[in-house]
Each structure stands twice: as C-alpha cells, then as structure tokens.
Design a protein around this ligand. Structure first.
Ligand SMILES: NC(=O)c1ccc[n+]([C@@H]2O[C@H](COP(=O)([O-])OP(=O)(O)OC[C@H]3O[C@@H](n4cnc5c(N)ncnc54)[C@H](O)[C@@H]3O)[C@@H](O)[C@H]2O)c1
Ligand SMILES: [Fe+2]
Length: 359
C-alpha cells in the first residue's frame, strides 16, 4: 500500500511576507464576519513583532508558554479558553487558528485547531488517524526553523501515559507563511539545536531502510542547505534554514526518522529535555550507526562554538532509566527504518541502556 500523502495547501515565502497574513485571512473568509485566534509564543510579548500581529475586533490573542514542550493538559486548557471566549461566534468556533512560534507553538496551534472540532481530551487522539472531524482552518507562522512542524501531519504531545503525536491528515496546516525575517532574533544556541533537528532528520531519512526517491530528493536538498547554513554561513542563511526545515519535514513525511529520535523521545519524556538539544546530545553518541553524520555534526558544533550539555543521564536512578528505555522501544517504525526488520536483535534493552549511560 502506498500512502496518499497530504501536503500543506498554500505556502507564501519571502522576507516581509508576514505583512500579507491579514490579506490571506481576509480572502479566505471573504465577507463573513468572523474571529481569528492567534496563538503566539510569549517570548514575543511587548516586542515590535507583537505590534504587527493583525488582531482585530472579535479576534483572540493567546500568548502561549513553551518552557515545557506541549502537554495534552495544556492543549485541553487552551481549547477550553477558546471555546469560552468565542461562545457567541457562529458554531462557537473561530474562522482560523494561527500559530506563531517555534515547533512547540506550531504543535499547540495544530492541536487546538483539531480539538475545537473533536470531542474529549487531546490525549484520546495520541496515535495514528484517530481524529474524526476536520480541524478549524489553521495557519503556521514559524519564528524558529528546523523541526519541520510547519509541514508535518503530526503534533507531538506529552500525555499522561505517553509522548506521542496526533498523527492525522487533518493535522496538516492549510496555510504556511515563511518569512525568514522572523527567525533573525533567535538566540544562537537555540537556532543551532533546532537546526540540528533538521540535520538529524536528513541523516536518519537518508540512511534509513524506508528511503525512496521522494524522500531522498527532499532530504538531500535539506542536508545541503544545513551544510551551507552551519558550515559556510552567508547573508541568506535564514532563508536557507527555513527551506531546509521545510524540505527536511517533507523528507521524513514519506520515510521516517531513526535511532536518534527514538532515544530522544525517551530522554525528553523522563527528563524534560527539549527536542533539539535532546537530539544533539543523543546524536553525538551514535557514531556506530551514523559515522559520517556524527563526524559532520561535530564539525558543525565546533564551527558554531556550541558546547553540548554533558552527563545528563549519568546520575539518574534505575527506575527512570528503565522508563526511558520503555518509551524509546515503543517507537517501532523508527527502529525498523534505522535497522530493518530484525532491529530487536540489534537494539536490545542492554544496548539501549549502555547508550543512555554514556550521555
Ligand atoms: N510536529 C512535528 O512534526 C515536530 C517535529 C519535530 C519537533 N517537534 C516539536 O517541536 C518542539 C521543538 O521546537 P523548536 O525546537 O522549534 O523550539 P520551541 O518551539 O520549543 O522554542 C524554543 C525556544 O525558542 C524560543 N523562540 C522561538 N522563536 C523565537 C524567536 N524568533 N526569537 C527568540 N526566541 C524564540 C521559544 O520561546 C523557546 O524558548 C518540540 O516540542 C518537539 O516535540 C514537532
Ligand atoms: Fe525532530
């Protein structure tokens, strides 16, 4: 069976393109009185950017906090806030949900747009194709590049029992606004870690057993762009990083990630380590599996003068380490992509434990 791949419907790209957001929303909802919900990373409160957000009349601006990566309880509470505030709108729904921020904010906005039209808790939908009803029209405005969340069909959430995305065709954004000017102010370390998420997507996709010409075409281009950005930067690096994120996301959408992401999920679930930094910590210990990628990654670390956190796992108790291993082992497609159908014989609990203990 071949997957019928759902893609983002509309994309606008270019420096300054954010200024067209209001026109895009107006043309989409022409004539109808309606409310839009802007979900914006609270790092932008009281900034020049916040004054450019086209909030009008009945619109709702929600500042979202991403100190912790998205949790299902947070999604449920944000959805409830939107419902309460827009009770008087037709159908009780906004016309659109617009997410502005990094991967965490983009995932929160995806999840809220889904939960406004689907009953229950977002935790009920962690898995594959469990969403029944189309989401509210939703728009991504990335302000940090690398995760590919702007193109993917998932929103990664930590729930009461698992860290797993809501994977669904309805999750995919209807509109993406790619304005490289918006990522100019990202702190250097954060830009590097989120950029490495993209680089690692490419390595895992391009070396995986699920690879095909579709994924390869996008993955190779994204990897070349990452090399330019992190080894040979120039004035258009932000433009390139934005496109690398997009293409990296397209590559894994039709293949899969691998060992680094599986181990990172365990690390993040138990220790709360953020995705980009977690992937970087893990990837540095995967020379055995991705020798060329790890070598190049270390060159990028040196070139960008980034020091990885050390001894993150070393001191933790056995129970938490075993939980980390449990979480990592649930990600069967990732292991299968990386190591093939006999992956369980290679990646035993002992092997995973030994890898984690080095980190
Ligand atoms: N849905 C997907 O396909 C997918 C894929 C990979 C990762 N993810 C998720 O993405 C999240 C990680 O996203 P991320 O690495 O983009 O980071 P993030 O969204 O967690 O943000 C990291 C930090 O950067 C700040 N920030 C964002 N934009 C900024 C800007 N322009 N200027 C200054 N600071 C800014 C944020 O406030 C935050 O402090 C994780 O939750 C991960 O699970 C999702
Ligand atoms: Fe990732």
């Amino acid at each position: 069976m071949f997957r019928n791949f759902k893609m983002v419907l509309n994309v606008i790209f270019g420096r300054g393109s954010f200024a067209q957001l209001e026109d895009i929303l107006l043309s989409k909802h022409a004539g109808a009185p309606c409310a839009h919900v802007y979900m914006v990373d609270d790092v932008f409160q009281n900034t020049d950017f916040s004054r450019r957000i086209p909030v009008r009349n009945n619109d709702l601006l929600l500042w979202v906090n991403v100190d912790d990566e998205p949790k299902t309880v947070y999604v449920d509470s944000l959805t409830q806030q939107v419902r309460e505030r827009l009770k008087t709108e037709p159908g009780g729904l906004p016309a659109s949900v617009i997410g502005m921020g990094g991967g965490s904010t983009l995932d929160l906005a995806k999840a809220v747009s889904l939960m406004l039209t689907n009953p229950g808790s977002s935790a009920d939908y962690q898995g594959w194709d469990l969403i029944k009803n189309p989401a509210v029209y939703h728009v991504a405005v990335p302000t940090l590049s690398g995760t590919g969340a702007e193109v993917s069909r998932t929103t990664v959430l930590t729930g009461p029992v698992k860290k797993l995305g809501i994977n669904s065709d309805y999750t995919v954004y209807d509109q993406v606004v790619l304005d490289p000017e918006l990522i100019a102010g990202v702190p250097v370390q954060q830009r590097f870690y989120t950029g490495m998420d993209c680089y690692i997507h490419c390595v895992e996709s391009l070396t995986g057993t699920y690879l095909n010409a579709f994924s390869q075409a996008y993955g190779q281009k994204a990897m070349d762009l990452c090399r330019e950005v992190f080894l040979n930067p120039g004035p258009d690096s932000d433009d390139k990083l934005m496109m690398a994120s997009y293409f990296g996301g397209m590559s894994i959408a039709y293949s899969q990630v691998g060992i680094c992401h599986a181990l990172c999920y365990g690390l993040s679930y138990v220790l709360g380590v953020h995705h980009g930094v977690g992937n970087s910590i893990v990837f540095n210990h995967l020379e055995e599996f991705y020798p060329d990628g790890v070598l190049e990654f270390r060159n990028m670390l040196n070139r960008n003068k980034v020091e990885l956190p050390r001894k993150v796992v070393a001191g933790i108790d056995d129970a938490r380490l075993e939980k980390m291993i449990d979480i990592a082992l649930t990600l069967v497609p990732l292991w299968e992509n990386a190591l093939g159908s006999g992956w369980e014989n290679i990646m035993t609990r002992d092997k995973i434990r030994a890898l984690y203990r080095q980190m």
